[in-house]
Design a protein around this ligand. Sequence first.
Ligand code: LRH
Length: 485
Amino acid sequence: EGTKTFAAVDLGASNGRVMVGRVGPGTLHLTRAHRFPNRPVRLPEGLRWDILGLYGGVLDGLRAAGPVDSLGIDSWAVDYGLLDAEGALLGNPVHYRDPRTHTVAEKVWATVPPDELYRATGIQHAPFNTLCQLVAAQGTPQLAAAKRLLLIPDLISYWLTGEQGTELTNASTTQLIDPRTRDWAVGPARRLSIDLGLFAPLRRPGDPAGSLLPHVLEATGPGGPVPVTTVGSHDTASAVAAVPARPGERFAYLCTGTWSLAGLELDSPVTTDASRAANFTNELGVDGTIRFLRNIMGMWLLQECMRTWGESDIAPLLAEAAGVPALRSVVDAADPAFLAPGAMPERIAAACRATGQRAPETRGETTRCILDSLALAHRHAIREAQRLADRAVDVVHVVGGGARNALLCQLTADACGLPVVAGPAEAAALGNVLVQARAHGSAGDSAAIRELVASTQPLTRYEPSGDRAVWESAARRAGGWSGPS
Ligand code: LRH
């Protein structure tokens, strides 16, 4: 019947999943084979990913998935593992929230001024960009010994197949790719003494990426040889590929998870001074698209509070938050001050006080402050994106975990003054599956992929409600970014 089965490995900053998608004409069915926590580890040398634990979770997931026609891997962006001359991993990959990059910006900009770097790469300044991480690592024994750098999904792919590559959408988040040529930004790399020879050759979504090694097949269970297919290996690239927009729809997207990524899909990058000043980034998407977006701290703010509180269940917090009066106090949810882990409830309270607002006291109040602040930041980013790219938007597609958060979706609709279409929550896995499906002949072009998602996945629509003026005045209170918009 032409239906094929694909496994999507989707590694997020707080958990990993192996999903199984069955795709055929007019059919798209996604199930979860395995979900496992991603727990960063604090060591004397800093904050590290437990990459072997994650790899173990991937193998368990592939076993649970059963026989598939292909598999693809996506994860959070920017981080990498270093390999020695024999291909062995040199230490635990550093977490992008590790403080080693805190003071690196000045060093980078002294060599390549920020406006030049932005025009050359289209990537916002963020201390966690791979470029900043590599400059911070210069002079360390590990980098000196390294012969190869593999981004996280490419590292997992290497361990599964023995083959090395650098997937393009994720490569763009290194801040070492020119978004116009879609190839390495050789000039900035040379000036910053970053050796581009560390990177394996570029490959694109849809390209073959090898097949599972015999010892991997042994671990993942019976079945024939399984090809690995390159997908948009940056989770946000995969998620945006699965946004259920209809042809001609003027949409913004909001990918919600640990981060909120809010912006537009464009044909070409916007690298004006205004867009740099607004810290908008131009990441490469699947099929030659540009993701023009802003990073917002996202559910990280709440996840970190929950870690501090020792609370693992979000439902009671959301229920409490729904009963707290709206917009009592708000913070700038895009402020890099919230990037580092630790003491999040106190930092949020301090930010409220610093802007002359009442500090939230209960867990419900803190949760409410976070949701209101996220909605405000979503509003600001989507308005700015339209202004900077000179594009109007009629609808906001919310995909990722936050699509299940009804309060967040309604607040986002209210704040933006636009309808929100929420879903699918597993957009990254769906985009991963569908790019594989296309490479294996069971899905159509990018518009057909979106149509398939729109016609098969449950979506919830939220109409904007309430008084928009309250958001205007709240934006002025949060300080920082809110400016005169
Ligand atoms: C979301 C994400 C985001 C990046 C961040 C490092 O998971 O990939 O797009 O900015 O992680």
